[in-house]
Design a protein around this ligand. Structure first.
Ligand SMILES: [Zn+2]
Ligand SMILES: [Zn+2]
Length: 360
C-alpha cells in the first residue's frame, strides 16, 4: 500500500506526535518530536519504540516552525535519530551521509485491533517475525509432499502417451475394399409452427420483431456507486510525527428514473415436422410437396447426395454411408451399384472418404 504523504485535506496538514516509552527507566508516553531524549534518564529516543497514541494522548506538533523533512536518519556512531535536513549528528557531530532511515510503523486503521494506543513490544514482534519466517520455510516443504513431483511427472507422461496413441490411431491407415450397394438422394424441408407469445419488460429489453406493443411510464431503479468516508488511516512519517488521512470506501446507492414498461406480443417458431423426398439417380431431384397446415412455415431446406457401400473381405456385411461433399452432383453421378472401391480406414475405424479410388 502506498500513501500520499503530501497534504491534501486540512486534516492531512495536521501533524501529531508519535509516543515512545523509555526502555531504560520505564518513563511512558514521551513525545516523538518534543522528547528526542528521555527527560528522566537522558537516553536517546529509539524510533523502533514509537507507537500511535490513543485519542486522549493525541498531541499535535506544537512548534509553529515545524516542517516535515522526511524520515529521520539514525546516526551510525551514537544511534541518535536526526532530522533528515541534518548533515551531522546533533548529539555527537558524526557524519550522517551514510546513515540509515529510522524504523517506521506500518500504517493502521484508526480504531482497528492494531490501533491500541500502547507501545508495541519490539522484542516480541521481532521474535514472532523470526518464528513466522522459520515456520514459513518448514511449512512450505510440508505443503508439498515428496511424492507430488513424481505424481505430476507420471500424470504428464500418461497424458503425452494418450495423445501420441490417439494421433497414431488416427493417422495410421489401412486399405479396405468396398462395393457400391446403393446410390440415392434425399431432400428434406424442416417445417415449423408459429406460436404467438406475450411478454413484458423495460423498453430496452423488448425483443426485435415484437408487435402489439403498449408502453407506460414507470419508475425504474438502478444502482450507482458512491464513495463515502469509512475511517481514518494513521501514517507514521518516521520523524516522530504521524498524520491521519480519511479512508474512502465504495457502496451502491439506489436511484430511480422514469422509464417505459412495455407489454408486447411476439412470434416463436418451433420445429414440428420434416417433409421428405428421395429417390435413385434415375429419379429427378425435386423438393417434397409442401402442404403447410395452420400457422406452419418453412424453416430450412437440406439436400443430401448419398452413396452406400458394403464392405468386402474382413469388412463383409458392414455398411457405410458416404454423403458427397458440397452436394457435387457430377461426382455423385459417377457412382454405380456394383462398383468396387478402395478406401483408407484409420485405426479408429473412421473411413477417409477423400481416399476413395475405383478398383474395377
Ligand atoms: Zn529514561
Ligand atoms: Zn551521533
Amino acid at each position: 500500500m502506498a500513501f500520499d504523504l503530501s497534504p491534501r485535506s486540512p486534516s492531512a496538514d495536521r501533524a501529531y506526535q508519535m509516543l515512545w516509552d523509555c526502555r531504560f527507566c520505564g518513563t511512558k508516553k514521551l513525545l516523538g518530536v518534543e522528547h528526542r531524549h528521555c527527560p528522566n534518564c537522558g537516553a536517546a529516543q529509539d524510533p523502533q519504540w514509537r507507537y500511535f497514541p490513543s485519542d486522549e494522548d493525541k498531541k499535535e506538533v506544537a512548534d509553529p516552525d515545524y516542517v516535515y523533512a522526511g524520515v529521520d536518519r539514525i546516526c551510525p556512531f551514537c544511534g541518535q535519530p536526526n532530522s533528515r535536513n541534518a548533515n551531522f549528528c546533533k548529539e555527537c557531530g558524526g557524519d550522517l551521509s551514510g546513515a540509515q532511515d529510522a524504523a517506521v510503523r506500518a500504517a493502521i486503521e484508526k480504531g482497528s485491533a492494531a490501533d491500541t494506543g500502547v507501545a508495541a513490544d519490539v522484542v516480541l514482534e521481532k521474535h514472532q517475525a523470526e518464528m513466522a519466517r522459520i515456520q514459513g520455510k518448514t511449512g512450505q516443504s510440508a505443503a508439498m509432499p515428496k511424492w507430488l513431483p513424481i505424481a505430476l511427472i507420471l500424470t504428464l507422461v500418461v497424458c503425452v502417451g494418450l495423445v501420441a496413441a490417439f494421433l497414431f490411431l488416427r493417422n495410421s491407415t489401412y486399405d479396405v475394399q468396398v462395393q457400391v450397394s446403393d446410390v440415392s438422394w434425399e431432400r428434406v424441408v424442416a417445417i415449423g409452427q408459429v406460436t404467438t407469445l406475450t411478454g413484458s419488460g423495460w423498453r430496452d429489453s423488448v425483443p426485435p420483431g415484437a408487435y402489439n406493443q403498449s408502453c407506460s411510464p414507470r419508475q425504474r431503479e438502478y444502482q450507482v456507486p458512491e464513495q463515502y468516508e469509512c475511517g481514518t488511516t494513521r501514517i507514521d512519517r518516521g520523524d516522530g510525527t504521524f498524520i491521519e488521512q480519511p479512508r474512502y470506501c465504495t457502496r451502491m446507492r439506489t436511484e430511480s428514473r422514469t422509464d417505459s414498461w412495455c407489454s408486447y406480443s411476439y412470434d416463436q417458431i418451433m420445429h414440428v415436422r420434416d417433409a421428405r423426398a428421395g429417390g435413385g439417380p434415375d429419379q429427378p431431384l425435386q423438393w417434397p410437396n409442401l402442404s403447410l397446415g395452420f400457422r406452419e412455415t418453412e424453416m430450412n431446406r437440406e439436400q443430401k447426395l448419398i452413396v452406400r457401400f458394403t464392405g468386402l473381405g474382413d469388412k463383409a456385411n458392414q455398411t457405410y454411408e458416404y454423403v458427397v461433399p458440397n452436394e457435387e452432383e457430377s461426382t455423385w453421378r459417377q457412382f454405380r451399384p456394383g462398383q468396387t472401391y478402395s478406401v483408407k480406414f484409420n485405426r479408429l475405424e473412421q473411413a477417409q472418404w477423400d481416399s476413395l479410388s475405383l478398383t474395377n
